[in-house]
Structure formats: structure tokens, C-alpha cells
Design a protein. Sequence first.
Lengths: 158, 168
Amino acid sequence: MYRQALPQVYGFLLSRCGSVVVAEDLTADTFMAAVDALERKTAPPLTVGWLIGVARHKLVDHWRRTEREQRSLAVATTAGAEVDDPWPTVLDVDAVHAVLARLSGPHRAALILRYFDGLSVAEVADYVGRSVHATETLLARARGALRRLYREEYGDDG
Amino acid sequence: MTADPLDALRLPVVPVEPRPTFAADLLHRIQHAGSPARDSATVRYFVDDLDAAVDFYRQLGFDVELRPSPVFAMLYRGDLRLLLSIPSSHTLADGTVPGPGGWNRISLRVEHLDHIVGTLRAGGVRLRSSPSTGVGVRLALIEDPAGNLVELFEPLAAYHERTGGETP
């Protein structure tokens, strides 16, 4: 089980946090949390899917901590939504990844859960611990911030 | 509904093998975490009547974790694991049989020491030393049915022990 699940959990985390050190820490946290859960005998059956869910929680917690530490460095994100600012039809995915890294913790978390993982707004709300309505607002602001940075960095080509 | 350009960001889980040393270290941690013996201390007492001993230690707040045979029981009180064995099951190669008793003892923290000692004594428990006040604690010595000593203490104002936060 460990041999099979480890690369999945590690690959999931590495692709989303982009740092070997952080991915290793969060992978260890995830597996240790699973061990604790198993001891309490209340855990659901141990599957890769369940471990990924735990890993996602660890990732959100990590972004939350990062946010507290780096609040002063975060990009100003109070701007409104992207209502009148359509996206180019074709995105440079690598460019989006680079820009994402500069967003604040909550914005990055919301966008990655919603678009990388393809979660519904309600599922994102559960992970970030906000209401669905607040999560919609968060997502709209996060998209707006991403949009602005993307335009500043890479222009639009269309 | 028009496609969302951000849907292009979808990132399926692609397995990545972590560094082998990391994988090995984590496996080691997993295998050594879970076990309940993490920070517990274990003491073994010899008793000649297992039933009587188990009943006695239950009165002191222990619960029975295992009782797999007529010669052995495993009890817990908080982090203390107490093993009770019948002496003949630990006979040495030269024939020496361990015996209960002596002066070394486990020390159990209680509240309302005088009340507890009164209750135990009324139930027939032997007292080797009545409650008395020492430095930082009030304590009493009682005997289990086999004659092993158990110290009961209640902290007083000057009491000190290492707290969780000081553990390295």
C-alpha cells in the first residue's frame, strides 16, 4: 500500500507546490496523519483517493501558513472581479503556474483546488473552510488577480 | 455554457517517485509511530494470584489491555504499562524463581490521597505506611495482594515535575 500510494501522494503535492522540500514535508504529514487516523479506528478504508484528500488539506494548511508569514509580500488582491476582462482563448499553462506562485495563499489555494483538481465550488469551500458564497467571491477575486498578473507579465496575444 | 479557459489548467495526479532516502525514512517513521509504546514506561511486577492482583490494580485506575494466559496480564494507567506475571513463568535457568515484594515501587499520582487510602484500607488493602507529608507531596505506601509495594502521592504546593513543554 505504502509503495503504491507514496508516488501518487508525492506526485500530487510536488506538482502543486513546486518544491521538493515542501512536498516531502507535506507527504510525511499526510502519511503520519493517516497512521493516526487508523489508530483511532474511525478512519474510512485506506485508499489513494482518501490519502490525496488528506494531502490536499495539508496543502491548504501550508498555503495558509505561508500566507501568514508572507502577508506583506503578497500581491495586492483587493481588486474586483474580472467581469470586463476576458481571458485569451489559449492560455500558456506554464506562464499561469509562474504567476500563481505570486498570488496570496487563499487565492492560490482556491484556484488550484478549482482548476488543477477540478473540484466543484462547494468542494473548494469545504477545503478552505468558507461558505460557498464566500468561496465564489474568493474565486472571482483570485481569477481577477491572476488575470491582472498574467497580462502584466505575458501580454495577451489576442 | 462556454468553456472556461482556466479548465486548461487541469492537472491529473502523475505519480512521482520521491528520493529513496526520503521514502525509506518515512516508512521507518510510519512503522515506529503507531505503536502505543511511543512514550510509555513499562514496569513488571510478580504476583502469585493474578485474579487478585488484577482486581487490586483496577481499584487504582488501571485497565486491562491483555490477559492472554493464566500467568500474565498487561494493564495500563495513562502512559504507564504494568505487566503482571506469575513467578514460575519467569524461572531462571539455574532454577531461581523471582518473588514479589521488596521496597522498590511504582509511584502513582492521585487526588484526595487520604480518602483513597481510607477506602482501600476499609476494603482490606494492607498499608505499609500511612499518609504523611514530605517535600512537595503527601504520600502513602500500600501493598498489592502479593506484597508488592505501591506508592500513592498527591502533589502539594512545592511539587515539581517536568511538564510536556520541557521534553526535548
